[in-house]
Ligand binder design. Structure first.
Ligand code: ADE
Length: 227
């Protein structure tokens, strides 16, 4: 899978994909992430990519021309399945959207800045608008990093043990059960006996019960969607 990110702050996206699971995904050639500086499509030699908004008001707006040129230039080399704009007024990101996007081949992500991007880009190019939550960030870069991370770890072959993504919280609309490691007794705080029983069926049942209980207590809204 290939993800092209268009941004005015490429530096913000250097680290998130260079470590741990994202690094492994890229090293194995399962995920290609290309970060493009919007300024290479600036409208003049000063690197201008934004301008005052029509109708007045504080805050600059990212102009049509650089964004349209960026999208069209990338689209010459491949067909994109989705052109995503990161914005607080988009649909709220969740595991189901991550699953859907992980099945795509090529995606562009546009990171907004300032007051946002000219509406005509949203109307004519953007196919999906995503928010990572009901709060406003200073730009779309960190939001894009979160979306790419959530998608990347779902790609087949990225996680060592493929079942581990299936066991994640939210994958079946249940929160994950508690986990423990050695020692079995730390300061008198004991690991539940059942996990030491060596009986996989009992362990599975216990984990499922714990997941249900945790979801009931913390996120009862999810239970409506759990099959
Ligand atoms: N850009 C600014 N805030 C954002 C948010 N909450 N989600 C996605 N993109 C954003």
């Amino acid at each position: 899978m290939r993800i092209d990110i268009i941004t005015v702050l490429p530096e913000l996206l250097e680290s998130p994909f260079s470590h741990s699971i994202m690094k492994r995904a890229r090293d194995k050639g399962l995920l290609q992430v290309e970060v493009h500086h919007l300024r290479q499509w600036a409208v003049n030699e000063y690197g201008q990519v934004d301008d005052y908004q029509y109708g007045g008001g504080a805050g600059m707006v990212m102009m049509c021309e650089p964004l349209a040129n960026a999208i069209e230039s990338l689209s010459k080399d491949r067909k994109y399945d989705e052109i995503i704009f990161m914005t607080p007024d988009g649909e709220r990101f969740n595991q189901s959207i991550a699953n859907q996007l992980s099945l795509k081949e090529n995606i562009i992500i546009i990171c907004g800045h300032y007051k946002g991007i000219d509406e005509r880009i949203r109307e004519h190019f953007v196919t999906r608008e995503i928010s990572i939550g009901d709060y406003v960030l200073s730009g779309g870069e960190l939001a894009a990093a979160i979306v790419v991370d959530a998608i990347g770890r779902l790609l087949p072959g990225v996680l060592n043990d493929e079942t581990s993504a299936l066991m994640d919280s939210f994958q079946d609309n249940l929160l994950a059960p508690p986990v423990y490691t050695r020692p079995a007794d730390f300061r008198g705080w004991k690991v539940p006996d059942i996990l030491l029983s060596g009986d996989p069926k009992k362990v599975d049942d216990w984990r499922y019960e714990q997941s249900l209980q945790r979801t009931r207590e913390r996120r009862p809204d999810l239970l409506d969607k759990h099959e």
